[in-house]
Design a binder for this molecule. Structure first.
Ligand code: SF4
Length: 436
């Protein structure tokens, strides 16, 4: 979501005549767009601010802006500890960035705007997509769920959905500019439309997106198990465009911890969704987010999470150590877990998932899969490219031998044959460019 906010900020700056430079010494404006999900970011802001201060000592007219959800959460501390900051903007201000910058340029007075109650409106806001073939399309903002550990409902405000027609218009525009893949973005996409009368539901939106000619792949993130409609599985199954990948955060395998997290589902409900996916789309990949060391998590609770991983056999998982976030309910809970215990649980879980991922990926040897080629190999190996499968797995492949320039493959859908794999990557051989 923050990456998408940065794309809106860059689009507006470009429309104002600014150009992107990654060298702070050359910049007229330095922007730190922050995320508060991980704690280390805070320290990084203060150390980067020290570097910016040195540049500002030489060029006092350099404009320094901190924005995003951490800015919203920490604005008082930033004002106190980074007095030279010129603008502090919350995540909801990304869409009005140009207007606020103009206001600052006119008055040259510190500007702090962190208001997540403003109406959600992206219509006509310039955007600079950061990737040439795949794009994020924001469909809603905010979250109403108040999981006890999470700051998002406080920083991004309540859920609000974008009008369907506006979303479809953005996707059609992307098709006209040769985009192949879109990722529908929201904190809780399954509740799209739920909070306003006469709004399309997420399933209706997907059906409409599915009818747009020219887009090859549609993904969405993130699904909340409590709002996951089982009919969604059928929609994915019947669609040629919606990719067979479902990211379904688990957070914990223990009902007791799920309750303390205020996740509003239990393991039985979660397994019901998994079983339906496995039955209706056996080749779908399922990935998850999980947290270890939530306050009061016993060894028994953690073992339930390990057991859930063994039962569900995720394709991959984002694993996190719980840390207290200011102003959240769980930061007030007793029985905080020792960092050493949290780390040890995290490594046990990562090790388990690594073994599961490796087995699942290796079992794909011999299969022919479709890849959307993103770029040349990151290792710089001649004639080697990488992309992602429809199931969101990274695949590296060698292009045709004997041809010196295969760069035309970037941005194409190609078929490759899987030769080998490890826990994180599939390795294959090029077969052909996919024809319609
Ligand atoms: S669903 Fe829970 S974890 Fe996700 S953004 Fe909302 S409050 Fe945070």
């Amino acid at each position: 979501m923050n990456v998408n906010d940065s794309e809106f900020i860059e689009g507006q700056l470009e429309a104002m005549g600014y150009k992107l430079t990654k060298d702070m010494n050359l910049a007229d404006i330095v922007i730190l767009n922050t995320c508060c999900v991980r704690k280390q970011v805070e320290e990084k802001i203060y150390s980067t601010a020290g570097i910016i201060q040195q540049i500002k000592n030489i060029r006092p007219d350099l404009i320094f802006i901190i924005c995003g959800c951490l800015a919203q959460k920490e604005k008082e501390n930033f004002i106190k500890r980074i007095p030279m900051v010129d603008m502090i903007l919350g995540p909801s201000q990304a869409s009005s960035f140009a207007m606020l910058l103009n206001e600052y340029l006119e008055k040259r007075e510190k500007l702090v705007v962190c208001n997540n109650k403003i109406p959600f409106n992206l219509k006509g806001i310039p955007i600079k997509y950061s990737h040439p073939i795949k794009a994020y399309v924001q469909i809603m903002k905010g979250c109403n769920n108040f999981c006890s550990y999470c700051v998002v409902p406080y920083t991004r405000g309540p859920e609000e959905s974008r009008p369907t027609e506006e979303i479809l218009a953005e996707i059609r525009h992307l098709v006209d500019h040769h985009y192949k893949e879109i990722l529908l973005l929201g904190q809780n996409v399954n509740s799209f439309g739920n909070h306003s009368a006469n709004h399309d539901s997420f399933l209706t939106l997907l059906n409409k997106v599915n009818k747009i000619e020219g887009i090859e792949r549609v993904r969405f993130i993130t699904s909340h198990p409590k709002d996951f409609h089982l009919d969604l599985i059928q929609v994915i199954k019947e669609s040629k465009k919606i990719c067979e990948h479902i990211h379904l955060p688990l957070q914990s395998g223990s009902d007791r911890i799920l309750k303390k997290m205020n996740r509003q589902y239990d393991m039985q409900q979660y397994y019901t969704i998994i079983n339906h996916i496995r039955k209706q789309i056996p080749d779908a990949s399922i990935t998850t987010d999980v947290m270890v060391g939530f306050p009061g998590e016993t060894e028994g609770d953690f073992e339930r999470t390990m057991q859930a991983f063994k039962n569900i056999q995720y394709d991959s998982a984002y694993t996190f150590i719980y840390s207290n976030r200011e102003n959240t309910l769980s930061s007030l809970f007793n029985n905080q877990i020792d960092l050493s215990v949290k780390k040890q649980r995290l490594w046990r879980l990562i090790d388990l998932q690594r073994r599961i991922s490796a087995i699942k990926n290796k079992a794909m040897a011999g299969q022919i899969v479709e890849i959307l080629v993103e770029d040349k190999s990151k290792k710089g190996i001649d004639n080697q490219f990488w992309g992602k499968t429809r199931t969101n797995k990274v695949a590296v492949f060698n292009a045709e031998n004997g041809s010196s320039d295969n760069d035309y493959l970037i941005g194409q859908l190609v078929n490759i044959k899987i030769i080998d794999a490890d826990a994180y990557t599939l390795f294959g051989e090029f077969i052909n460019v996919k024809t319609k």
